[in-house]
Structures are given as structure tokens and as C-alpha cells.
Design a protein around this ligand. Structure first.
Ligand code: NAD
Length: 511
């Protein structure tokens, strides 16, 4: 049962039907935009952007505050749309898709004027006597935003807010698995009074995303899988446009002997099972030192057994959002089972629910010969490996093609930070599940196959701009223009000058 189905239509247009992964009932249909329509959307966005770029940042921020108001007042529309599309738990819809965007948009609306203010930078050397330098942040133009299905609102609204505050227009291609919630976001933006065409949604599948990159956009902000990320990078390289890639992960959790085991076990369970495990920074592998291994595993098993899975009412773990992901989860668990892993809890589809449900699962006796410890599983699985000591845990954590985030659990925060510094990932959290994306001050982005570039924080906001250095004369200085004619006399003078400046103690003072 595919939850996104191609439909036969009366004409050449491609149409798709979306089913709820929880009930398998149809919840909506959409038409894929043609490459011509995508290009026309980008053209309209470019026209709208010209006026928007002239609006002072402080005024742009007022529109974004109004967007926050829409999130607050109309939050049930988001919650309902996201749950219909994904079958995620209501608490997750509220925390991820309402609270988190509100928090991030409010942060950027409050700080945008400060982060995008022209910066005077002091010069070194002899130039300091004659020149000034300021960096101004110019909008790039039209940003192509391409997003995945696991956080349909948060992963769209946060980059959207940054791109708009920086003075750009945005054309957004949401995931074909979750195409409907983007329309709610669009209606919020319109309701907040932002200029027409400044934010447009073009629905469709991968080919629509590819068409967007070719449609004369000035930057691509992409979140999705590693495989698609590579294609996006190649397409952007062909057009010589900048991009950020926020890709998949295989985050490691290191549990030290001195960790608070109750907290660490709870962190492993929420870190692995939150959002049905469809969390790019989800805990995908847990390394536990042998002295506390048995106790830790027992605590995790007990907590996972207590999780309630459901398709309505109050529950903890919802549906798998997409049938293709369910196949990957099943294949990884079967691979582990076949290679000798011990499935302590779950390990199968939930036989009591009609939709796409995989039971919250605990797997032990795992190792790096198994897909479950090396490839992104993206399901509600806690996979736990026993290690001799922290050194072995660090070595195994770094033994990965991915490098998104990770966590360290210890009673000694300083030791946790030291271990974190030795982990080759975009970010690390000590004594918590990965919360980096939810902290807007933090630059966020993966290393190795997990991505290119960083989003969020002041740097992320400025990433939607060109940082233009402007140099000028210092007041009352630099009236003489150097240049031609070249002469032996000037060259000799220059060489003497170099000796004095850099061949004596002067060089330290000047630099
Ligand atoms: P995906 O790569 O299949 O799709 C992402 C988006 O790209 C979709 O909108 C899709 O239609 C579009 N697309 C597909 N082919 C394209 C092409 N050739 N050109 C342009 N666009 C194209 O990813 P997904 O399955 O939707 O998302 C899950 C993945 O996203 C997981 O690997 C997850 O870890 C990752 N993810 C990463 C982050 C992060 O911040 N690092 C956040 C969330 C999800």
C-alpha cells in the first residue's frame, strides 16, 4: 500500500493522491507543477522580491511577528494537517510543528536587524590609516526551498522565516509525502499580510524539486536524504549557485559509567522513538560501557515496553509516516536478527493497528556488521551495543559515514564536553537528546555525508545574504591615487618599505 499514489487524469498533468499512514484513508490530492509553472513562480517571486528587499529589516520583522500570531491563533489547523499526513503523536505535532517554529521565528524576528546590520571591521597594516571597511548583507534574490516529510512545518517555516527576513523571496517544494501542511503555512503567510508571490508553494515530487533548481533560483536550501542531496549539489554546481544541504544521520549516544542511568535510559528512548524515529538527529545507535550495560538495558526495555502506540486518542508513538520508510526499518531489523542480534522488545509491524505501524523496538547484541548500526534506519528502534570503555565508544561513534549530531551521558559535565569535542559531528549534546536544531542560537549542520553548510544562528540568517565588503577612504585621508607609471625608483622604494614593515619588529605592531 503506497500512501502517495499517482492518479490517472483527463490530461497530461500529473496528479497524486495522499493517504493517511495511520488510517490508510485518502486525505487529499495535488497536482504536480510543470517545469514551466515552476519557472513562472520563480519569475513572480523575483518581481515581488525587488520591493521586499527595499523594506527595512525592522519592518520585515513586523510581518514575521504577525506570522507568529497566526501560529498561535490557528495552531489547531497545523496540528490537524500534520497529524492527518503523518500520524504522529499530538504532543509531537504541538512541540515540533507549532512551538518550535514559533520560538525560532520569534528569535529571528527579534534579532534580524542586529544580525543583518552593516558591520564596520577594523583594518590592519598600513591600510588602517587610510581606509574603512564595512560589510553589508544583501539579499540573494529568490531562494528555492526543498523540504522532507518528517517535520513538514518546522523544517519549512524556520528556513522560510530566515530567508524572508534577509530580504529574499521563497519558492517552496514540499515533500510529496506531506504536501498538504505546506498549504496551511502558505495561508498563514498570506494572512499575515506578506506581499503576494513573496512565498509560493509548488507541489510535486522529485522532478518538481529538480525543476525548481533549474528555474533560475539564487540559492537552494535543501533538507532531505543523502542520495538526493548529492543530486541537488550537482545541479547547483551546474548553475554555480550556493546551497545548504541538511541530510541524514546515524547519531551515536555514548553512555559513560558515571551517567545518571534513569535519565540516560529515558533519553535513549525519547531520542530513538520521538517522531516515530523519523528525526534526523534521532539516536540511532547507543554505546554503553560494560560496567553499567545490563542495568541500562533493563531500564530501556522496561520503558519501551510501557510506550503506547496508537492511531487516535492519547498515545506516545504514532505511525511510520511513509511506506518506503517502513520497508527500510523492517529490512534493518531483519538484517540484525539474521546476524545474531537479540530483539528484546517489538521488532515487527504492530498487528493490532491497520495503518503503517512498527512497534517500538529494543535491539541488543548488535555490531557494525549490521545495517542497523551503520545505515540510517529512521524508525522507533533503540539499538544498544556494549563497549569496553569510553575510548571504544568514541572510536565506534566516529566510525560512520554520517556526522550529524550525537549525545554523551555522564555525571561529569566537563568530561562530557571533552568527549563531545572528540566526536566528528555537526553538534553534540551532553546529557540530553539532541536539541541543537531547537536552539536557534546554534549553527546547525552535518559533517561527512550529513550535509554541507550550516543553517540557523546569526551565521545561518546571513547565509541567505551575500556579505558584501565595501571599502572607502577614511575621512580626510587617502586623496592620492596610487598606480601608473611604474618606475624602478618606486620599485626600490617598495622593497625598502617591505623590509621595514615586515623585516623588523614593526610587523607585529602592524598586523
Ligand atoms: P528525500 O531526499 O527523498 O526528499 C527530500 C525532498 O527532495 C522532497 O521534497 C523531494 O521531493 C525532493 N527531491 C527528490 N528528488 C529530488 C531532486 N532530484 N532534486 C530536487 N529535489 C528532489 O528525503 P525525505 O525522505 O523526504 O526525508 C528524509 C531524509 O531527510 C532523512 O534522511 C533525514 O535524516 C533527512 N533530514 C535531515 C534533516 C537535517 O536537518 N539534517 C532534517 C530532517 C530530515
Amino acid at each position: 500500500m503506497a500512501i502517495v499514489e499517482a492518479l490517472e487524469g483527463p490530461d497530461e498533468r500529473r496528479r497524486m493522491r495522499v493517504l493517511s499512514p495511520a488510517s490508510l484513508e485518502p486525505i487529499g490530492e495535488f497536482e504536480c507543477r510543470t517545469p514551466e509553472e515552476v519557472r513562472a513562480a520563480v519569475d513572480r517571486a523575483r518581481a515581488a522580491q525587488a520591493g521586499w528587499a527595499a523594506v527595512p529589516v525592522e519592518e520585515r520583522a513586523q510581518y514575521l511577528w504577525r506570522l507568529v500570531d497566526r501560529f498561535v491563533q490557528r495552531q489547531d489547523e497545523i496540528i490537524d494537517a500534520v497529524i492527518a499526513e503523518t500520524g504522529k503523536a499530538r504532543s509531537e505535532a504541538i512541540a515540533m510543528e507549532v512551538y518550535s517554529p514559533c520560538d525560532a521565528i520569534a528569535y529571528y524576528a527579534k534579532h534580524a536587524a542586529e544580525f543583518l546590520a552593516p558591520q564596520a571591521r577594523a583594518l590592519h597594516g598600513v591600510m588602517r590609516f587610510t581606509k574603512t571597511l564595512r560589510i553589508v548583507y544583501q539579499p540573494l534574490g529568490v531562494v528555492g526551498l526543498i523540504t522532507p516529510w518528517n517535520g513538514p512545518i518546522v523544517l519549512s517555516a524556520v528556513p522560510l522565516a530566515q530567508a524572508l527576513l534577509a530580504g529574499n523571496a521563497v519558492v517552496h517544494k514540499p515533500s510529496e509525502v506531506t504536501p498538504l501542511s505546506a498549504l496551511v503555512l502558505k495561508s498563514f503567510v498570506d494572512d499575515a499580510g506578506l506581499p503576494e508571490d513573496l512565498y509560493q508553494v509548488v507541489q510535486g515530487d522529485g522532478s518538481t524539486g529538480a525543476a525548481l533548481i533549474e528555474a533560475n533560483v539564487d540559492k537552494v536550501s535543501f533538507t532531505g536524504s543523502v542520495a538526493t542531496g548529492r543530486k541537488v549539489a550537482q545541479a547547483c554546481a551546474g548553475r554555480l549557485i550556493p546551497y545548504t544541504l541538511e541530510l541524514g544521520g546515524k547519531d551515536a549516544m555514548i553512555v559513560c559509567a558515571d551517567a545518571d542511568l534513569d535519565r540516560a535510559a529515558a533519553g535513549a528512548v525519547i531520542g530513538s522513538c520521538m517522531n516515530t524515529g523519523h528525526y534526523c538527529c534521532g539516536t540511532e545507535r547507543v554505546y554503553v560501557v560494560e560496567s553499567i550495560y545490563d542495568e541500562f538495558v533493563e531500564k530501556v526495555v522496561e520503558q519501551v515496553r510501557a510506550l503506547r502506540q496508537g492511531d487516535h486518542g492519547e498515545f506516545d508513538v504514532g505511525a511510520v509516516f511513509w511506506d518506503s520508510q517502513l520497508e527500510i526499518i523492517e529490512a534493518h531489523v531483519e538484517d540484525a536478527r539474521a546476524k545474531g542480534a537479540n530483539i528484546r522488545v517489538g521488532g515487527r509491524r504492530n498487528p493490532d493497528l491497520a495503518g503503517l505501524f512498527f512497534e517500538p523496538t529494543v535491539v541488543t547484541e548488535v555490531d557494525h556488521q549490521m545495517d542497523i548500526m551503520t545505515k540510517e534506519t529512521f524508525g522507533p528502534i533503540v539499538a544498544i551495543e556494549k563497549v569496553r570503555d569510553e575510548e571504544e565508544a568514541i572510536r565506534l561513534a566516529n566510525q560512520s559515514d554520517y556526522g550529524l549530531n550525537g549525545t554523551v551521558w555522564t555525571a561529569d559535565t566537563d568530561k562530557g564536553i571533552e568527549i563531545a569535542r572528540r566526536i566528528h559531528t555537526g553538534g553534540v549534546c551532553v546529557n540530553d537528546m539532541t536539541i541543537t536544531y531547537g536552539i536557534p542560537e546554534a549553527p546547525f549542520g552535518g559533517r561527512k555525508s550529513s550535509g554541507v553548510g550550516q543553517v540557523n544562528g546569526p551565521e545561518g540568517l546571513r547565509g541567505y545574504c551575500h556579505a558584501q565588503p565595501i571599502t572607502a577612504d577614511k575621512k580626510g585621508r587617502g586623496k592620492i591615487q596610487g598606480g601608473y607609471p611604474y618606475s624602478r625608483k618606486n620599485e626600490d622604494g617598495m622593497q625598502k618599505f617591505i623590509k621595514i614593515l615586515f623585516g623588523t619588529r614593526l610587523r607585529r605592531w602592524l598586523s
